[in-house]
Design a protein around this ligand. Structure first.
Ligand code: PAF
Length: 285
């Protein structure tokens, strides 16, 4: 499947390979993914390859983080193309286990890191971050990476995983990596391939509104800035804002004034089109 890169499907084989590498003093980077890889993932893999002796990329469509089963069913699956991309980026190991390998028994562990996992995506997708913590904690314990790479597109996910790393005492460095965008500003996402041509044409309006709101925010309150973004996006037929929260970048709690937190970020989720496809993005103020 991937001639140069090793593709491993069993946890035992992965551990054996990495134990040998670790004994040889090699550093290990982990890039967790759900497959359907794009240039955003490639940027994480290249960064890991440049900073570690061995880069492991997990490809596992984790069922426990999908609260909406239709979303899981239609999630793109492109293993052959994924392996080709990983190989071209210089990854040494693709770890692509089956669901039975990862969850021989249902995972009954619960993770709770409020407020980070309770707001925004946590409120809209009950159980989502619990599933993310279940799989990421498993991957961390299989791989025991020195560094783990996550895209900042999933801004809230990084905040939750940081809490879990502190809580469980994983000895690794979290490496958040910048959002990679299409030329028209749309944040790269595996879900973008599900957009029709018409939906793809309107989707960049999300980032355009966020960008414009940075200027608007210089002379307006948090609340007016929030309303500005929501009304600008909702004015476009085919787009509907689910939430736009302007929050403390660390706690993810709403701010009411720009001075309420040292770093403020706006996080948005928008439904695009008829199906509809759920798109997320964020902007720093
Ligand atoms: O961001 C993702 O693709 C997933 O949530 C992750 C971190 C790979 C866990 O399944």
């Amino acid at each position: 499947m991937c001639p140069e890169m090793k593709t491993i499907t069993s946890i035992q084989a992965l551990r054996a390979t990495l134990d040998t590498a670790r004994r040889d003093g090699k550093s290990i980077g982990l890039v967790p993914t759900m497959g359907a890889l794009h240039e955003g993932h490639a940027s994480l893999v290249r960064r890991s390859v440049s900073e570690n002796d061995i880069t492991v990329v997990s490809i596992f469509l984790n069922p426990t983080q999908f609260n909406d089963k239709r979303d899981l069913e239609r999630y793109p699956r492109t293993l052959e193309a994924d392996c080709a991309l990983l190989e071209s980026c210089g990854a040494q190991i693709a770890f692509a286990p089956s669901v039975e390998e990862v969850y021989p028994e249902p995972d009954t562990r619960t993770f709770s890191y409020p407020p980070t996992d309770a707001v925004m995506e946590g409120a809209m997708r009950p159980g989502h971050f619990n599933g993310v913590c279940q799989i990421v904690s498993k991957l961390f314990s299989y791989v025991e990476p020195d560094r783990a790479y996550f895209g900042e597109k999933d801004f809230q996910q990084i905040a939750v995983i940081r809490r879990m790393v502190d809580d469980l005492g994983f000895k690794l460095q979290m490496v958040p990596c910048p959002v990679v965008r299409e030329a028209d500003g749309l944040a790269m996402s595996s879900r973008n391939t599900l957009l029709s041509a018409d939906e793809r044409a309107i989707a960049p309006a999300i980032y355009a509104a966020l960008k414009a709101s940075q200027d608007f925010a210089r002379s307006h309150s948090v609340d007016l800035t929030r309303q500005y973004v929501v009304s600008r996006i909702n004015a476009i037929p085919g787009l509907r804002v689910e939430y736009y929260s302007i929050v403390d970048a660390d706690t993810l709690l709403d701010v009411h004034a720009w001075t309420d937190a040292p770093a403020v970020v706006g996080c948005i989720t928008v439904y695009c089109g008829q199906k509809p496809i759920r798109l997320i993005d964020h902007i720093h103020y």
